[in-house]
Structure formats: structure tokens, C-alpha cells
Design a protein around this ligand. Sequence first.
Ligand SMILES: NC(=O)c1ccc[n+]([C@@H]2O[C@H](COP(=O)([O-])OP(=O)(O)OC[C@H]3O[C@@H](n4cnc5c(N)ncnc54)[C@H](OP(=O)(O)O)[C@@H]3O)[C@@H](O)[C@H]2O)c1
Length: 301
Amino acid sequence: MRAVRFHEYGGVETLVVEQVPEPRPGPGEIRIRVAAASVNPIDWKARAGALRGMISVELPAIPGRDAVGVVDEIGAGVRGVSAGDRVFGLGGVTGATAELAVLSAWAHAPAEWTDEEAGGAALAAVTAMGGLNALGPLRGRTLLVEGAAGGVGSAAVEIAVARGATVIGTASERNHAFVASLGAVPTTYGTGLAERLAALAPGGVDLALDTAASGSLADLVAIVGDLARVSTVADHARAAELGVRVVNAENDSALLAEAAELGRQGRYTPRVERTYPIERIAEAHAYAGRGHTRGKIAIRV
Ligand SMILES: NC(=O)c1ccc[n+]([C@@H]2O[C@H](COP(=O)([O-])OP(=O)(O)OC[C@H]3O[C@@H](n4cnc5c(N)ncnc54)[C@H](OP(=O)(O)O)[C@@H]3O)[C@@H](O)[C@H]2O)c1
């Protein structure tokens, strides 16, 4: 099969499209014929070697954590899915940017989502939901999402709004209309955030989810006034210093099914800023690595 691979750690020039052996699903896994995958920060961090010592990546590696496609092989013990079903989901830390990918968590993709949207849904949705679930009930609460324009942040905004929260989302000015379209009140991140929030939410901000790792975690704790009402999916170092709850993505099919149901109801649509064909993976990684993606970057396989 054709896949993207990198044989050594380095810049985007290490990415090549080549013929590689086909993966096989183990027990509890499925294999899909990939229609689209997405680029997540973990992809370019892994390619650059930034995760060495934290997450083991065997070289040569196929980048990609999530994808959508049609089921073509089913591992032992798997129920509830048939060959030909269109599913989106998560495999290992790597492996998704290929014609065939093995998934260990999946859900049926809503017909409402294009392949590009569904291919970018899985990691963002489980991460956003994990971060939100750590904060407790959302209905009637005012939630701040730091980094609301990114893949995880934009998913978190829509899902939190669907769960009944009033959401304020930080983004650069150029993304304010986008953040508003997700259902949040946009504001700028950085200096003066507490003052802007005091004006936007006179009753106070109850909860905060950090998806930006911008160094603002201590400010978010001060704004909310309680460590237990802040979570981060991005700033592991400062969270450890402050005692803030860190949430990592889990390959959780129940969360994917919940995201898909919101998709069917029209209450969550993964937003795709750019789509690249697999041959242009280097450009996709370069764009994603700038850290200012609006929603998701999709890769057509
Ligand atoms: N723990 C886990 O399992 C897990 C899973 C997935 C992701 N993550 C981490 O979560 C973070 C977000 O992931 P992602 O996929 O959402 O990344 P992403 O799509 O690349 O996020 C880019 C967004 O970040 C925003 N941003 C940049 N600087 C900011 C700042 N100082 N304050 C607020 N927002 C800022 C940008 O908005 P503007 O363009 O408007 O500046 C852009 O929309 C990454 O650090 C990623 O590694 C962790």
C-alpha cells in the first residue's frame, strides 16, 4: 500500500510517500481503507523527534493518529461493525496517513460529515471531551476555552455549547468570527485577559479548559479561582507545577460515538481549514507546525 513515512527524525523534508507493507488488525481492532486522515500536533512533534523519551515511535514511521474510511478487515472479538461500514477513529500514535490503517477505537461516521471532516474528528473530539469531562457538569456554567480556534479548542467549544454551557473562547482577532460561528463569545488571548473576561462575564467564569499551552495556566486558575475547575490537555509542565488536572486523549469508542451523535444532530461539525492530497503531506505538516491552524488540516488519501 501507499503511505507517508519518515525514516529519520527531522524537518518536513523527511516525509516521503512510498510503498509499505500492509498492516493487519489484531484482536479488538479493525482495518479501514482510509479516505482521509488529519494532521495533529503529535504528528509533527513525533516527526521532529520532540517526543523521544516520552512516546516510543519505531522508525520508519507512518505519521497520523486519526482517520476515516471503510472497514475492510475485522479483528478477532470485534462486534458491532461490518466490512464496508464507514467509520472514523483512532489507531496508535502513528499509522493513519496511509491507504490502510488499523484502528483500536472507532464509531460510525455521521453521513452529515464529509470525509475531510470525519477524518479530523477523532483525536480532537476525544481530547476535547476528556478535557470537558474533567470539569464536571457544564449546563448553566460559563466556560473559558483557551485556544478556541484550534482543532481541539473548536471541538471543545461546540461540544460544550451542545452540553448547555455558555462559552467564551480565546483566539487571535483573525479567528474571532470563526469562534463566534462555533457558538462562543470570542476574545483575544494574552495580557489583559482577566479584565476582558470581567466585562464579558460579569457573573464570573466558572470553568476553564486550556488547549493552547500558551503559558496562561496560572492566569486561568486565578480567573476561575479554583484549581479543580481548570483542566489542560496541552500544558503538562505547568500543570504539574500548579497541580492542574491534565487530560490525555484516550482511544475511547464511547466518546467517539457521542461525538458522532452530536454530528448527526448537527451540533458538532469538525471544521477543516485546509485539505491536502497525500503527496503534499510536507506542506500540510509545515502549515500545521506554525501552530495557527483554524480547526483541522485534512489529508486526502
Ligand atoms: N493530551 C493529549 O492527548 C492531546 C491530544 C491532542 C492535542 N493535544 C495538544 O493540545 C494542543 C492543541 O492541539 P490542537 O490539535 O488543537 O492544535 P492546533 O489545531 O494546531 O491549534 C492551533 C490553534 O492554537 C491557537 N493558539 C496559538 N497560540 C495561542 C495562544 N497563545 N493562546 C490561545 N490560542 C492559541 C491558534 O489560534 P490563533 O491562530 O487564533 O492564534 C490555533 O487556532 C497541542 O499542544 C497538542 O499537542 C494534546
